[in-house]
Write a protein that binds this ligand. Structure first.
Ligand code: AMP
Ligand code: GLY
Length: 414
């Protein structure tokens, strides 16, 4: 069996690895892949948004299943293009991916179907938006309505900041002219609930918690994620049941009713507030870095799970009981500007899983090639043990230009 994975990050490395554990021993291709993925798959030099080339590759190589990682591929319509050619693909259509691409779409859907989320209003006019913010309370949450690579959310704590942000989002071309969703500020622990979804059939993955800020104690700028873990003690079985029924299943059903049934991974970015669990955002794909701590716990055959979803059949997945904890190694300066090309040594001594996020091979040596570079993921019976193992392994990696957070998982021990 031949399988193609689209993407080039740690998330795709984890997807490729899960597929490589399949008893079917599929031949795996990755487009474009990375230096870590290359150890498990054949990397082909096609970018994740080169839809026509991806279709062509899948056809000429008799690819039986394609799995999409990045949102950029979904937004480029890769699923629609594959389906139009009768090719089996795991991921939502462009129309269904609107749940991530448009905050306004997601909000309207949630209000219509009574899915718990922060109160909000959408504006395209600067003066109207400003008047609304002035009437409300601080902090206020300002979200650019469109794909902004995780950079489109500002939590303004002063009126000056709110006004400047609205100017940026609505008057300047910095983000591109657009709309702004203004939201009520919520408080509570955040967590990610990813589900395999095939129309109205929904199968949950273990919940995970991401760490978005660059530095310890959640300080510094927002990043793509600096670490994650599974086994969240503050999410009870009741919480989980509530989130599945009132949020994930309800949204899957809503998408079917709206004529845009969802297939793939529906990612709920949720918050446990004093008023109950509420939606912060939806993504239409596997989360990064959550996927790298979740898929190692998949006991079922990943080929079967992905194929079921792609064929609109009931996805079934079994998970191990262990805890997982991952720490990201990022280039100094990230998420701002950073230099590349620093040699990385000691990876062969790492006993945990090591997912490549932004690496390259240069003159036979592994070098840094991105903002987030590597992700060390440890598994153990308890979270404490997983944290200790991940810390031990990260200390083995030598590179002069990398940094990491030392407090990943601590929120579970509060
Ligand atoms: P998003 O891109 O929508 O996930 O937002 C990025 C981050 O901003 C989230 O992970 C939250 O930490 C924070 N955030 C977003 N919306 C809210 C809200 N309504 N209240 C409090 N924090 C929020
Ligand atoms: N970890 C957040 C995301 O994948 O968007």
């Amino acid at each position: 069996m031949k399988v193609l994975v689209i993407g080039s990050g740690g998330r795709e490395h984890a997807i490729v690895e899960a597929l490589s554990r399949s008893p079917k021993a599929p031949k795996i291709y990755a487009a474009p892949g990375n230096a870590g993925i290359a150890q498990l798959a054949e990397c082909v030099a096609i970018k994740d948004t080169e839809v026509e080339k991806l279709v062509e590759f899948a056809k000429t190589n008799n690819i039986e299943l394609t799995v999409v990682g990045p949102e950029a591929s979904l937004a480029a319509g890769v699923v629609d293009a594959f389906r139009a050619e009768g090719l089996k693909i795991f991921g939502p259509t462009k129309a269904a991916a609107e749940i991530e691409a448009s905050k306004d779409f997601a909000k309207r859907l949630m209000v219509k179907y009574d899915v718990p989320t922060a109160a909000y209003a959408t504006f395209s006019d600067f003066e109207e938006a400003l008047a609304y913010v002035r009437k409300g309370t601080l902090p206020t949450v300002l979200k650019y309505d469109g794909l902004a690579a995780g950079k489109g959310v500002v939590i303004a704590t002063t009126m000056e900041e709110a006004e400047a942000t609205l100017r940026d989002m609505l008057l300047d071309t910095k983000f591109g002219a657009g709309r702004v969703v203004i939201e009520e500020f919520l408080t509570g622990e955040e967590f990610s609930l990813m589900c395999f979804v095939a129309g109205n059939k929904v199968c949950p993955m273990p919940v995970a918690q991401d760490h978005k800020r660059a530095y310890d104690n959640d300080e510094g700028p927002n990043t793509g994620g600096m670490g994650a873990y599974t086994q969240l003690p503050f999410i009870t079985e009741e919480d989980h049941a509530y989130a599945m029924e009132k949020i994930m299943q309800r949204v899957a059903d809503a998408m079917v009713k709206e004529g845009t049934p969802f297939t793939g991974v529906l990612y709920g970015g949720l918050m446990k507030t004093p008023q109950g669990i509420k939606v912060i955002e939806f993504n239409a794909r596997f989360g990064d870095p959550e996927t790298e701590v979740v898929l190692p716990r998949l006991k079922s055959d990943a080929v079967d799970v992905f194929t079921a979803v792609a064929c609109n059949e009931e996805p079934r997945a079994e998970w191990s009981d262990e805890a997982t904890l991952g720490i990201v190694l990022a280039s100094k300066g990230y998420p701002g500007s950073y230099d590349k090309g620093f040699v990385i040594r000691g990876t062969e001594r790492v006993e945990s899983k090591l997912y490549h996020m932004g690496t390259a091979m240069k003159d036979g040596e592994l070098v840094t090639a991105g903002g987030r570079v590597m992700f060390v993921v440890a598994s153990a019976p308890t979270l404490r043990e997983a944290q200790a193992k991940a810390r031990e392994d990260i200390a083995k990696i030598e590179c002069e230009n990398l940094f990491h957070r030392t407090d990943i998982g601590n929120k579970a021990f509060k």
